[in-house]
Design a protein around this ligand. Structure first.
Ligand SMILES: [Zn+2]
Length: 394
C-alpha cells in the first residue's frame, strides 16, 4: 500500500472526521438493523438483504459476487483498498426475543449479522462523507453459516485482487467478552472446524435374539467414548483441541436391532499438524473399536474452515485506534469457535475483532438480541481496523 504514505498525524485527523461522520449515521443504522432483523434470509438466499444494504450504502446496483454477495467500493476509484466484511445470512432458528421487530418463525439473525451489516453501512456512509486516502471495500458476504463457504467463493472470485485489497477487517459480536472490550489477539484466534460422520454397520435382527444379529448401537457408543479420550490422549496437552459429538441416530423401535448407527461430530483444532494427525487416528479408532464389536466402522471427514489467523502487524497497528475509541483490548482472546473469515486470512493480511456484548444468552440462541448500542460499537471497531491498515502503510 505504498501509494498512501500517511503520517500518524494525518491518520489522527482522518479519524476525527470519520468518527464524527459515523456518529451522525448511527440513528439511521439502528433503524436499518431493525429492518434487517425483521426480514432475515437463510444462507444462499440473501438476495433481498443484500439489496437493502447495497441501497442503504448508496449503490443499489453494486456488482454481485459469490452468488448473492455484493461488493461496494467507497473512496478513491483506483489504488489499494481495505476490505471490511459483513455477513448476510441468518440461521434456521425460531426467534423467542419478544422484540417488536422480531423475525417470522423459522429464520432469525441469531448470530448478530444484522448488527454487523448495520455497522458496516454506517461506516460506509460515513466514509462517503469524508475524503478517503485509501478506499473502503464493503464486502457483503453470503453463506457464512453453511457450506459451501461464501468467504471461500469471494476469495476465489478474484474480486479482492481486482480492488488491490491490502487488508481485510471483520468484526463479530462475542458474548464471552464484557461489553466495552474488544478481543484482538495476534495469530490464531479461531479454530479449524471439520465435520465428522461415524457410520457403523452391523447385522439387523430381533431384540430377543441378539446372538443372531450384530447390533451396531453398542459399537457406536463405544466409538463415541473412544473419540472423547482420543482428543485428550493424542495431542500435546498444551495445544487446544475440542471434539464434540452432536447427533446420534440408530433404529426406530425397542425390539428391532438396526443394521446401521451413525453419529455426527465437530472437530476443532488450531494446529495443522494436530489436525491431520487426528484425522488419521480418529479413523483408525472408529474402525478398530467397531471391529471389536463385530461391526464395520467408517469415519467420513468433511473439511471445514482453516484456523483464523490475525495478521500480527495489522493487529498491533489497530490496538491504539481501539484504545482511542475507548475500548479495552483483550490481546489474548481465542476461542474454538469457527468463522469462514479464516479464508481471507489465508489470502491477505486479515484481522478479526471480537466485540464484547452485555448479553447473558449466547450467539445462536433464540433469545440472542444484543442492544442497539452494539451497532455503534461494531462500527467503531471496523473504523479502528481500517485506521490500523492505514497505519501499516505509513
Ligand atoms: Zn456469525
Amino acid at each position: 500500500m505504498s501509494d498512501a504514505q500517511l503520517t500518524v498525524a494525518e491518520i489522527e485527523a482522518l479519524r476525527g472526521k470519520l468518527d464524527a461522520a459515523l456518529a451522525a449515521e448511527l440513528d439511521g443504522a439502528v433503524s436499518l438493523r431493525h429492518e434487517l432483523h425483521a426480514a432475515p434470509d437463510l444462507s444462499g438466499a440473501e438476495g433481498p438483504t443484500a439489496a437493502v444494504v447495497a441501497a442503504a450504502l448508496g449503490d443499489p446496483d453494486a456488482p454481485q459476487v459469490a452468488g448473492t454477495g455484493r461488493v461496494l467500493r467507497i473512496g478513491p476509484a483506483t489504488g489499494p483498498s481495505v476490505a471490511v466484511r459483513g455477513e448476510l445470512d441468518a440461521l434456521p432458528v425460531t426467534e423467542q426475543t419478544g422484540a417488536a421487530w422480531a423475525a417470522p418463525a423459522g429464520v432469525m439473525h441469531a448470530c448478530g449479522h444484522d448488527v454487523h451489516l448495520a455497522a458496516l453501512t454506517a461506516l460506509g456512509r460515513a466514509a462517503r462523507a469524508v475524503e478517503l486516502p485509501v478506499a473502503v471495500l464493503a464486502v457483503l458476504q453470503p453463506r457464512e453459516e453453511t457450506f459451501p463457504s461464501g468467504a471461500l467463493d469471494i476469495v476465489g472470485s478474484g474480486v479482492l485482487q481486482a480492488h488491490r485489497v491490502c487488508a481485510v477487517i471483520g468484526v463479530h459480536l462475542q458474548h464471552a467478552l464484557p461489553s466495552g472490550t474488544i478481543g484482538a489477539a495476534t495469530g490464531p484466534v479461531n479454530a479449524a472446524s471439520d465435520e465428522l460422520e461415524i457410520a457403523v454397520t452391523g447385522t439387523a435382527g430381533h431384540a430377543g435374539y441378539p446372538h443372531l444379529a450384530v447390533n451396531p448401537v453398542p459399537a457406536l457408543c463405544a466409538a463415541v467414548l473412544a473419540l472423547q479420550q482420543a482428543a485428550s490422549r493424542l495431542t500435546d496437552p498444551t495445544h487446544t483441541v475440542a471434539l464434540s459429538v452432536g447427533a446420534v441416530t440408530a433404529g426406530r423401535a425397542a425390539n428391532v436391532i438396526p443394521e446401521t448407527a451413525t453419529a455426527l461430530a465437530s472437530l476443532r483444532t488450531f494446529d495443522d499438524a494436530d489436525r491431520s494427525r487426528l484425522h488419521q487416528a480418529l479413523a483408525q479408532i472408529v474402525a478398530s473399536t467397531c471391529a471389536g464389536y463385530g461391526c464395520r466402522g467408517e469415519l467420513k471427514i468433511t473439511l471445514g474452515e482453516p484456523p483464523l489467523v490475525n495478521d500480527p502487524a495489522l493487529t498491533t497497528a489497530t490496538w491504539p485506534w481501539l484504545g482511542q475509541s475507548g475500548f479495552a483490548v483483550a490481546d489474548d482472546f481465542r476461542s474454538c469457535g469457527a468463522d469462514d473469515f479464516s479464508y481471507y486470512s489465508q489470502s491477505a493480511p486479515a484481522l478479526m475483532l471480537f466485540t464484547g456484548t452485555p448479553d447473558t444468552v449466547t450467539l445462536h440462541h433464540p433469545k440472542f438480541l444484543p442492544p442497539d448500542d452494539m451497532v455503534g460499537e461494531v462500527a467503531r471497531a471496523m473504523l479502528a481496523g481500517y485506521l490500523g491498515a492505514l497505519t501499516l502503510a505509513g
